[in-house]
Design a protein around this ligand. Sequence first.
Ligand SMILES: NS(=O)(=O)c1c(F)c(F)c(S(=O)(=O)CCO)c(N[C@H]2CCc3ccccc32)c1F
Ligand SMILES: [Zn+2]
Length: 263
Amino acid sequence: GAKWTYDGPQGQDHWSERYPYCGGALQSPIDFKSDLLRFDPTLRPIEVQNYNLSPNEQLTLGNNGHSVQLSLSPMMSISSLHNQYTAAQLHFHWGSASRPAGSEHTVNNKQYAAELHVVHYNSDKYPNISTAVDKSDGLAVLGVLVEVGMFNPAFEHILKFINGIKYRDQKVKVPGFNIRALLPTRLDEYYRYDGSLTTPPCYPSVLWTVFRNPITISRKQFLSLATALYSSNAQDSAPMPLNNNYRKTQPVDSRLILVSFKE
Ligand SMILES: NS(=O)(=O)c1c(F)c(F)c(S(=O)(=O)CCO)c(N[C@H]2CCc3ccccc32)c1F
Ligand SMILES: [Zn+2]
């Protein structure tokens, strides 16, 4: 679609001029403010299926100008929600080399270095993500906060190919790996709320599950992610670095933020 950016004249403060939902209700991301959280004992641990992909599986890793995204196997799904949600893609949001703060969701206004999103669609009701993307029960996204710390071997399965997709619309084939290793150990502790895509067209179609516990990547891994990519294409005379690709937190309004954990 038409080009939008995170900053400047096509930046996030102008998205609603072309994409009306971006100025509407139920927008994401949000800040998880302690006194807005409500413990919900009915929230079950997240269960994922077939996340451990064989290296014989070929996935497409691409630079779409907004993020680095990895296509996922349609065998992958979330099985613990009321409907089955089938995986479509995963992508990241991050800060910059000079400011390792680029998560979209924040916790008491603490912004993490980056955030991973694993996008799924309601495959009980819709044949594919394109038909699901604008439906109120269409998508379920798993959010993982990322902080700088220990080296992350799973993240390396993506990072080692990143120099093949430096520019917009570049794609490479990469072998499958255990996507479960990109999620935190505990899938029973998470924030849950009704929200939206965090990019245009900002459809309010996402059941958000953001895990309480972050994963870590090393400083070197973070710097690679934050400095390798451009949002411009290879032939552009003025290369535009791709970083700070996060939306600011949005008004919670009267939404409930549920948590599956007590303290
Ligand atoms: N933060 S987020 O999880 O809300 C989110 C993104 F941040 C993001 F960048 C993308 S995108 O496809 O890479 C580019 C804009 O759609 C999607 N893409 C999703 C939404 C639309 C769509 C259609 C087909 C495949 C994937 C997606 C997304 F769901
Ligand atoms: Zn995202």
